[in-house]
Design a protein. Structure first.
Length: 218
């Protein structure tokens, strides 16, 4: 088996990075230094012309886009139980992942990289301000999701830690980068700490040299 994951520290590639670590299989983690523009180099563009992470390469087959990679790893390692196997719980888990990826994630992009959406400084500032508040509201929605889990299951999609839990950690951490105090979302923050304490997740956090909370009070 030849598995290679191209990741950037703290990016959404953290999710498949953790899944590979959870699987227990041998894989090669390959860091892409976004701040140095490595994603735009000819070598990386030959792998992913879009210049994005994550990218999973399995025996020469290239898979991009986080949802595709998650679903692929779930089927490749069924014993890891990354997603529920029953039809309805599985659909609900994918529904949450899709919302995380198509709504919460791009909202943060408007905060973190407003220059991708407009080249006017005043518009960029407005985009950042507006989307920071939107992101805070989305984290409240995520907090509600964790609260609904309550004591019914150990993790957000059942008895096993999975991509919904790990993406929740990623999105919460991003909130702290956006200037949102994650500790104000008490249930979500408690769950994030539970996820981070899992041995496989902790190993990836150490490899990527991440801090969970980057919030700095003003």
């Amino acid at each position: 088996m030849s598995l290679k994951l191209y990741f950037a520290p703290g990016a959404c590639s953290f999710v498949p990075h953790c899944l590979l670590q959870l699987s227990g299989v041998d894989y090669e983690p390959q860091m892409v230094k976004l701040h140095k523009g490595e994603q735009n180099g000819d070598e990386y563009k030959a792998i992913n012309p879009r210049g994005q992470v994550p990218v999973l390469v399995d025996d020469g087959h290239v898979i991009t886009q986080i949802l595709a990679i998650i679903l692929y790893l779930d089927q490749k390692f069924p014993d890891a139980h990354f997603l529920p196997s029953e039809a309805l719980p599985r659909a609900k888990a994918i529904e949450t992942l899709a919302w995380m990826n198509n709504t919460v994630h791009p909202t943060f992009t408007h905060v973190f990289m407003p220059q991708k959406f407009c080249d006017q400084a005043d518009v960029q500032a407005a985009l950042k301000t507006f989307n920071t508040q939107t992101y805070a509201n989305l984290l409240s929605e995520l907090d509600d999701l964790v609260q609904r889990k309550g004591q019914h299951a150990a993790w957000l999609t059942g008895a096993h830690i999975g991509p919904v839990d790990i993406y929740a950690l990623t999105l919460t951490r991003w909130g702290s980068i956006a200037g949102i105090d994650p500790t104000t979302y008490k249930t979500l923050w408690s769950h994030v700490q539970q996820v981070a304490a899992h041995s496989a997740v902790a190993a990836v956090i150490e490899r990527e040299r991440l801090q969970l909370n980057l919030f700095k009070p003003t």
